[in-house]
Design a protein. Sequence first.
Lengths: 462, 294, 282
Amino acid sequence: MLSDVAKLGTRRSQSKNKGVSMSKNSLCLSIGLAAVLSATPAMAQTEVTWWHAMDAELGQKLEAIANGFNESQDEFVVMPSYKGTYPETLTAAIAAFRANEQPAIVQVFEVGTGTMMAAKGAINPVYSLMTDNGEAWDPSGFLAPVTGYYSDTDGNILSMPFNSSTPIMYYNKDVFEKAGLDRETPPKTWAELETMSRQIMESGAASCGFTTGWVSWVQTENLSAIHDQPYGTLENGFGGLGAEFTFNGPVQVKHWDNLKKWADEGLFQYGGPVGGNDAPPKFYAQECAIYMNSSASRAGVINNAKEFEVGFGPLPYYEDVTNEPKNSIIGGATLWALSGKDPEVYKGVAQFFTYLSSPEVQAQWHQDTGYLPITNAAYELGKEQGYYEANPGTDIAINQITRGTPTANSKGVRFGNLTQARTVIDEEFEALLSGSKTAQEALDSAVERGNVILRDFEAANS
Amino acid sequence: MQTKRTIFPNKWLPYALLAPQLAVTLVFFIWPAAQAVKSSFEREDPFGFRTTFIWFENYSRLFADPGYVNSLTKTAVFAVSVTLLSMSLALILAVAVNRVLKSNRAYTTLLVWPYAVAPVVVGILWWFMFNPTIGIAPYLLRALGVSWNHRVDGNQAMILIIVAASWKQISYNFLFFVAGLQSVPQSLTEAAAIDGAGPFKRFWTIVFPLLSPTTFFLLIVNINYAMFDTFGIIDATTSGGPNQSTNILVYKVYADGFLGLNIGSSAAQSVVLMLIVIVLTAIQFRYIERRVQY
Amino acid sequence: MVENRPWLSLLTHLVLMVGVIVVVFPVYLAFIASTHGGGDFMRGVVPLLPGPHMIENYTQMLTEGISTAGAPPLWRMLLNSLIIAVIIAVGKIAISLLSAYAIVFFKFPFRMVAFWIIFITLMLPVEVRIIPTFAVVANLGLLNSYAGLTLPLIASATATFLFRQFFLTIPDELMEAARVDGAGPIKFFRDILLPLSRTNIAALFVILFIYGWVQYLWPLLVTTDSKYYTVVVGIKRLAATADAEPQWHLVMAAVMLAMLPPVLVVIFMQRLFVKGLVETEK
């Protein structure tokens, strides 16, 4: 009823000329919203809708951020709304956009970046949003790998970094000790990982050496970045829609070969569909001693690893390929502002983004969740607070993602329809494990099928 | 198609009766479905900014893709297995419940109850039960000497989704079989018994034919269920893998459309799926309904 | 049964018990999971006996609700699910009875066309028409409303088909007798057909209620106001995490609570089954 009135008011004013009737828009909005928001008496606040995919505890922390902003001022109110998993949230936003019912802010996972960037008419890019609304905007304050990933070719940041992660290695300290290894020393290289896994299995301390989540993201994309190997042409896709995949190079083939060898020997166990969804129980049940996955899994890992102590370490590398492993790449999600809302709303979005990237808020969010601190200031604040000393292993992710000088191969990957490409990689990996293809064949086939997907995206978006 | 011999003569009343359902159907189904069919002839970006008419290209790409042909065969295997398994088990249980007069209600409640588990949760439960690390089923199977790893073995993955999908339908079929059995007049079975027919003979010659309207209904509904409503369970257990061994048609539609945001291809696949089911249904109505005794 | 065959009765009971064990086992598992502490079953084979935390898990779910992350308390979501399920069940049964009646008992132009239009709704998957359906609902201004949540789901044909099957089994003599008595079509429908259909209506009510109860994707899409959340949306929220681990014991407790109303419906509807048995003796 009342909410319908508010919606009618909003919709009518959206179709008018924005510049001319701004005060009329605000009036419409205010009347509608004042009727709806009876909880805030006599306050005509502009509503900023925010669709996200954070549930359970992460969602709670997210709402705390929104509440913090709402309480710090009274002109705007941010209304977060959970819309399902990352794919469901994106689809909901698209459906809403096509029906002119889109939210102001939507959280999109890094895999959807290509899609969002290509949808120029749908987004309100962050860099211009901030400056247009008079908010301070200093891109250099953000973590370099993060901004690199979400900028266009001119270096302008298009979406607001929020929850970024990178994969790290978790290991079972108790099993290490039982196997005769040093509790405090995780393997640094793949060669060490292989020997340690063998020792663990032979000593009977665990029935498997290691497992991994996200075969595509961790064992292929990050592998390529860390070893400075190209993943695709045109700077891994940053240069334009005409890029092609090139991840069937010698290093990737060697690694997939090894994974298959280790799987046959039992040192490595594949964790299930979608490249590793079933891997966590293997680690928690102490079946596998080592586990690679997002740094954001930290809270869950510690919670579920009740009977043993968890250690952390950076991802291993091949020392015969490089002595200076590069940085790992980004995962997680960012916040995109969608176009088509009233200017008032964007003022609120800009102010909210400023609040969001303040050191205190970012440091708190990072420490609570295991996502990376987005700004250098937040990282500094955490250091000042002694957080990293008190919680060993929490700075591994940020150290790993900022180590060395990034190259074109380690900035990350940006391809349209990346979800489908990753599915192809998972399928080819499964074919490899079942013995029906060699590593070279599997990767070649993945590249070939992936390129078809890329050409589709190019055709649909140009 | 079967019709009645005697009918009412009114001219306008049937239209009035049909109006509500037709209205809802036209607005909320036919219109969106037409949009979907239109999309299948186009290529567009997810947000709808650039739409190009590409004739049958989405369709021709489908049939040139070996993955799609694989999907067709997997779907056939899946649909037939699920329908047979769930209908036969449900029928056995319904007949059994019909015999047991006293504890009838308790058994019926227990057997229908699992239908109330939401599909999203069903997937999670099966994930738990069959998870190679923590699941009870692999544990038992290991004791019997079978090594279970449906993440790598495609056949095991198919078995898993067949079992999981059938499970859900057993309750549904059971309920309708029970309802159907109750309209079989007891006088008929009693008369046959007096004539010396044993319980099995009674079942096949009297009960089963009279149950045929229900059976026909369930046949169509089950095939529909297997073809359309099972992507949730697959999503939660195998996600179409390993290596596309459980990638049935409707899951592909979901994965390409929802997850991959490839609207044109997903729409084309749905149209093909719809045509397949329409043909199947038409065949069933023409050839099987003749055997149904009304 | 008619004659006394004890071994057959024994076999029957055996079959039923095995059936119940097989069919109920996953639900039993959910119950077990809801009585243990968090993380107890990601670490080893899932236990088979109930754990000690039943009271505290269930209390936590009922009071705090799934109050993590802005979802309303459980009772509110249960209420939404209840309203939606009832509207869908009653709505579908009502319009399907009318349509099936028209198609079976009358002859008129476009009769078969109407039947197939209705029937086709079974054959196009939801995921594909979901974006256009959303657009239609939004254009009608029905987002965030019970109408928007229920109307598109009433469009399907299962109930019409079932009633058609049943109506075709009604002997012609009944109709002729009614006409001889001077009863018009409406009277026939109300006084004769409806009572005879009672068993089928009961079975359908159970099925459709549960169908409405377990909706996930559509309510997720069509509501942004969390006060319209259904129970299943709330549960999935707990269970499908992007980067963190779900708290299975709480999720399963919510699942068990969410299954209670449908069970009550099943129990209640069974009374109509028995009554139907007595009356359909033609």
